[in-house]
Design a protein around this ligand. Structure first.
Ligand code: HEM
Ligand code: HEM
Length: 200
């Protein structure tokens, strides 16, 4: 759904940046966790599980909100192929935000490990105890996390391209939003002239 506003809904923008921070933290926590032993390993895993489940809860809130409120239209001068790639990459980002925590939860379930979130909260297993399945999901967790890292780097490059090179308002649609009422001026090169009249 295209949104009749140049900006994402405020709640979606807040969720985007909270989740981006959590996801980046999780990728680094994950990598440090598997390259260390001893108390640091346990402390990092104790952080990794609840933050991962929090990401799952937040994406469960975010997707319906996104479907209900829509996204601002991309600039008209963006090639149709580029628009399709942007859409496809966002679908993949959402899919991974669901898949990675579920694989983590599933793999611990299959390995017979309790999914402790702290404060005495332990999640129930979502898969039967099966060591072959655990091995498969453990490898999948690494592979999907690495692919996620690569996708986020591409996403970051695209966002910076919009914000620093094209200056077409796409980055602003996910950050501060456009000023209202918006009138184009000589120094306002982040606001495309042809979309200068806000619709909402
Ligand atoms: C968006 C969410 C998540 C991200 C980005 C993420 C990322 C990672 C990364 C990068 C690793 C290191 C992989 C490697 O180098 O082999 C890892 C390992 C791991 N993750 Fe996650 N993870 C997420 C969610 C979860 C969840 C929800 C759980 C469990 C409830 C979980 C449990 C684990 C475990 C048990 C390991 C391996 C520890 C070990 O083998 O020593 N992850 N994760
Ligand atoms: C680190 C993890 C990140 C994740 C998981 C992520 C995820 C997403 C997703 C799923 C969307 C689609 C929004 C929607 O249609 O609901 C999106 C849009 C966007 N993100 Fe991110 N993002 C991340 C980091 C970043 C960073 C670091 C930047 C900027 C430097 C950024 C800038 C943007 C912008 C400008 C949009 C709007 C793009 C458009 O309308 O085509 N994101 N992000």
């Amino acid at each position: 759904m295209t949104r009749p506003s140049p900006d994402f809904h405020l709640a979606l923008r807040v969720l985007h940046w909270v989740m981006a921070t959590l996801v980046l933290a999780m990728l680094f926590i994950g990598v440090f966790m598997v390259s260390t032993t001893g108390p640091a390993y346990v402390a990092l895993l104790d952080l990794h599980r609840p933050i991962g489940i929090l990401i799952l809860v937040l994406v469960l809130l975010r997707l319906p909100l996104r479907l209900a409120t829509g996204a601002p239209a991309l600039p008209d001068d963006l090639a149709p192929l580029q628009k399709r790639i942007a859409w496809g990459s966002h679908v993949l980002l959402y899919a991974t935000l669901f898949a990675l925590p579920l694989i983590g939860w599933g793999m611990l379930s299959a390995g017979g490990y309790p999914v402790r979130l702290g404060g005495g909260i332990v999640l129930p297993p979502i898969l039967p105890h099966d060591l072959a399945l655990y091995a498969l999901l453990r490898a999948a967790h690494t592979a999907v996390a690495l692919a996620f890292f690569a996708l986020i780097l591409l996403h970051l490059a695209a966002a910076l391209m919009h914000g620093l090179v094209r200056r077409d308002g796409v980055l602003r649609s996910m950050t501060t939003g456009h000023r209202r009422p918006r009138t184009p001026s000589a120094g306002d090169d982040d606001v495309p002239v042809d979309s200068a009249t806000p619709a909402a």
